[in-house]
Design a protein around this ligand. Structure first.
Ligand code: ADP
Ligand code: ZN
Ligand code: ZN
Length: 824
């Protein structure tokens, strides 16, 4: 079908606002369509893969438009739901569309002239390729990481993106980050006849091949294997199979292809292992779960979102599984969001055992090629092969769903759902609600410790509220013991960083062959070093933070910019050699533990031990299988993991969480402690939790001890109202950044002043954050607090306008200004 439009407005993968208009040359008119990728030039030499957003006939009057160079797709890669979703993300989170595009699509789908390409070493170089493709491979055999613009030069073409795309699909090349060892070719080469030859034509062809005996033999073999003239739909014949059948080389096949008799096509090998098809039945829900699921269904009749507030181990996941099953039966897709990759490894097994190969996983530990594959799998929308259920972290909201029935946001309170940096600074839970709305789907938020905002919405009736207070098999909630560190220190009873109670309880566990989890929300060995004589602390040269000491590599590391250095031998100030480590992180806990429990099998789970792709799986597997006695970890261990033999959980430093300068610090501390406590408790035996703190009487600690969410919620709600915070007010943070402190301060003062003229007392700041310099950029924030009733769209519009005014002032031009809507 020919479209009659002469112009296309496209989204470029660049941090630029708005759409860009290009003209559609005659020969591309049949191809170019909304949601497809096109190659367009920008500036002098650069090429980008853009997404067609609109087609029209309005020629821009103020500049000369350039032509679209080529169209990469035969059908859309971004569907209509996605385009609407991107618009919403862009508007709500004040992000430019280009940034949304960049975040939403795996790199392999958005090649640009700067994209670096390498040859894939396990690719079969004998494959049949066109001339340009071969030329490209030639260039790549000699050098690694070649940018597409250099490729263009090397092969003397203006635009090689279509060929690169084709080579990517054949698995011949890969793009920068993904040349990982784990890459496996997932496409297979097949042979078929080049055109629909009739029997007599074929006879003639075979006849002509008389003098090329080997070629003739190969063609006969193909006809045999494919049963071409015997069956309505011929059998698929792979290149490998064909060559093996008469034991010949690829050159023979190549000749038949050059004569246009045979051709090669690529097809995905079915990655989905059909042997895995579901084996186990759904678990029968207990009476409380039955009641809860009934309430959820009832709420869904007239509400789009339900909060399932169920204590840890109440069997929320089993409820999800039942609800997923209902959707699958209806032929709908389900998106199951989790806050943490570590969690996917446990849940995936539970889902696979029920839904087999209908479940796919999506997260950042996959390389780009794998992400592209999952993306395409869903895009394909093939009822036999496409995943029906996607289990993923926040970025999976951008997958090309076309038929969502239900979105589950598990552990909805977790702040990892929020993307901090870069733009778009979206919250996956909140965005999921809009995504569900687009699909007329339902959203289920689940947690044992709802976010104050979420519980507020449920209380107000905006969401349905379902509560589940009984653990499965009536297991008791853990007993929580508070250990007063101040007292223990005064009496000199502390055993290194452990209270005497904790050591005693751990000893009992070890004797009983029960497992222990120790939680400390700090990785590394020590948060900082300090000179004992003068108090000097080594700080990061680029950021306003102390350097964290890591013992395993004897390095001081900045957790903000990655700067690393050797620990100093002498104090920089007074020259003293008496430098001590202060505080403790997971690494130190692990080390100290082995002194107290030399026979225990101890492991650590934090960012440093889980960098490798399968590291989580391995740790969780070992712990599940009782190959480990003690697991030390950061918040990674707190989130929803389900172990059956943990009788003790130790929280080593509750105070650092509570003292964090943020209006959500108490809420978060409660959530963290309640969640990690939830890991304690064995089949039929009550678990124990020990909290080490300097403030045993602190109301938040007391709420944790009583397992009283309501108490925490009510006290927080009062504070939020009094101090003008969500859920009563909406926050927008305006972050400003620049290398020169006086300049960013000046600009912030200026902006704040003009905002105060418009928004009055709703403007707070400018104020420097606790860490006011990161990577040599000074940071200043202005906070806008607006009433829930007033129009956020209007406020955002004004913000944008005012920020643009600042940018027009010459000396402020280079200042980075970003907006964070609903900051966390
Ligand atoms: P939650 O998600 O609320 O923390 P889970 O769904 O993980 O709770 O359930 C905790 C444990 O109890 C899991 O090991 C789960 O398999 C088991 N369980 C929950 N409900 C049932 C049920 N109806 N029948 C059998 N086992 C169940
Ligand atoms: Zn000193
Ligand atoms: Zn730094």
């Amino acid at each position: 079908m020919n479209n009659n439009s002469n112009f296309a407005d496209v989204i470029l993968p660049l941090p630029l606002a708005g759409l860009f208009t290009y003209s559609i040359p005659e020969e591309l008119k049949t191809d170019v369509a909304i949601g497809k990728r096109v190659v367009v030039p920008l500036g002098n030499k650069k090429l980008y893969t853009a997404i067609v957003r609109k087609l029209h006939n309005n020629e821009p009057s103020d500049y000369k438009v350039k032509d679209i160079l080529s169209c990469l797709d035969s059908s859309h890669v971004i569907n209509g739901y996605q385009l609407k979703f991107w618009d919403w993300i862009s508007q709500y989170y004040q992000a430019v569309l280009g940034d949304v595009y960049k975040a939403a699509v795996p790199s392999g789908l958005k090649l640009e002239s700067q994209t670096k390409i390498s040859i894939n070493s396990d690719f079969n170089t004998d494959s049949i390729l066109n001339k340009t493709e071969e030329q490209i491979l030639n260039v790549l055999t000699h050098s690694k990481d070649v940018s597409i613009s250099s490729l263009n030069q090397a092969v003397g073409l203006k635009n090689t993106l279509p060929q690169v795309k084709s080579l990517l699909e054949k698995g011949a090349v890969s793009i920068d980050e993904q040349i990982s060892a784990g890459y496996k070719e997932k496409k297979q080469e097949f042979v078929c006849l080049n055109s629909d030859f009739q029997e007599d034509e074929m006879g003639e062809i075979l006849n002509k091949l008389k003098r090329a005996k080997k070629q003739q033999e190969l063609l006969y073999s193909y006809l045999n294997l494919s049963k071409h003239f015997f069956e309505e739909t011929p059998q698929k014949v792979s290149v490998l199979e064909l060559l093996k059948s008469i034991d010949c080389s690829r050159t023979i096949l190549k000749s038949l292809i050059e004569k246009n008799i045979l051709k090669i096509y690529f097809e995905k090998v079915d990655r989905l292992d059909h042997s895995e098809i579901s084996s186990s039945e759904l678990k029968i829900l207990n009476q409380y779960q039955e009641k809860a699921i009934g309430e959820i269904r009832t709420h869904f009749e007239n509400q789009n979102c339900v909060l399932l507030h169920g204590v840890t181990s109440s069997g929320k996941t089993e409820i999800y599984i039942h609800l997923i099953e209902e959707q699958i039966k209806k032929g709908k897709q389900v998106l199951y969001l989790l806050p943490e990759i570590a969690l996917t490894t446990q849940i995936i097994n539970r889902l696979k055992s029920v839904f087999g190969n209908k479940v796919g996983v999506y997260h950042s530990k996959f390389n780009d090629a794998e992400r592209v594959e999952i993306y395409n799998n869903i895009l394909e929308n093939n009822s036999e092969r496409s995943y029906q259920i996607i289990l993923g972290v926040r970025s999976s909201i951008f997958l090309p769903f076309n038929n969502l029935g239900l979105i589950i946001v598990d552990e909805e309170h977790e702040n990892t759902y929020k993307q901090f940096d870069p733009s778009p600074r979206y919250h996956a839970r909140d965005a999921a609600l809009y995504l569900a709305h687009l699909h007329q789907a339902k959203t289920l938020l689940g947690t044992a410790t709802p976010a104050v905002e979420t519980y507020f919405n449920a209380q107000k009736g905006k969401y349905g509220l379902v509560e589940l207070f009984q653990r499965h098999q009536d297991l008791e909630m853990p007993e929580i013991i508070v250990s007063d560190i101040k007292e223990a220190r005064r009496k000199k009873q502390m055993k290194s960083i452990f209270s005497p109670d904790l050591i005693k309880m751990m000893e009992t566990c070890m004797e009983n062959k029960e497992q222990v989890i120790l939680f400390q929300n700090r990785r590394g060995y020590a948060p900082y070093l300090e000179c004992k004589s003068c108090g000097w602390v080594p700080n990061c040269p680029n950021c306003s933070v102390s350097l964290t000491y890591h013992r395993h590599n004897n390095q001081l590391t900045c957790h903000y910019c990655g700067h690393g250095t050797h620990p100093p031998v002498n104090c920089n100030h007074c020259g003293s050699t008496d430098i001590e480590d202060r505080g403790f992180g997971t690494e130190k806990i692990e080390e100290e533990l082995s002194a107290f429990f030399p026979d225990a099998r101890i492991a650590r789970m934090d960012l440093d031990t889980t960098r490798k792709k399968r590291a989580y799986e391995k740790l969780i597997y070992q712990f599940e299988n009782h190959e480990l006695d003690i697991l030390v970890g950061t918040q990674m261990v707190s989130k929803g993991l389900d172990f059956d033999n943990v009788s003790l959980v130790g929280i080593l430093n509750a105070d650092s969480m509570m003292n964090y300068p943020d209006f959500r610090a108490y809420e978060r501390s409660f959530q963290m402690m309640a969640q990690v406590s939830g890991r304690a408790g064995r089949k039929k035996k009550r678990g124990k939790v020990l909290i080490q703190t300097y403030a045993p009487d602190h109301p938040i600690i007391q709420s944790v001890v009583k397992n009283n969410y309501q108490e925490m919620y009510s006290s927080q709600l009062l504070e939020r109202q009094e101090y003008i915070y969500p859920p009563y007010y909406r926050l927008i943070n305006i972050g400003m950044k620049h290398k020169q402190q006086h300049l960013v301060n000046e600009a912030a003062e200026y902006l704040a002043k003009s905002l105060k003229k418009i928004f009055g007392v709703r403007v707070f700041g400018p104020q420097a954050p606790v860490i006011n310099r990161i990577q040599n950029n000074y940071i200043v924030n202005i906070l806008l607090k607006i009433e829930k009733k007033s129009s956020p769209a209007k406020a955002k519009w004004i913000l944008n306008q005012q920020a643009n005014f600042i940018k027009e002032i010459d000396r402020f031009k280079a200042i980075q200004i970003n907006f964070d809507v609903d900051p966390m």
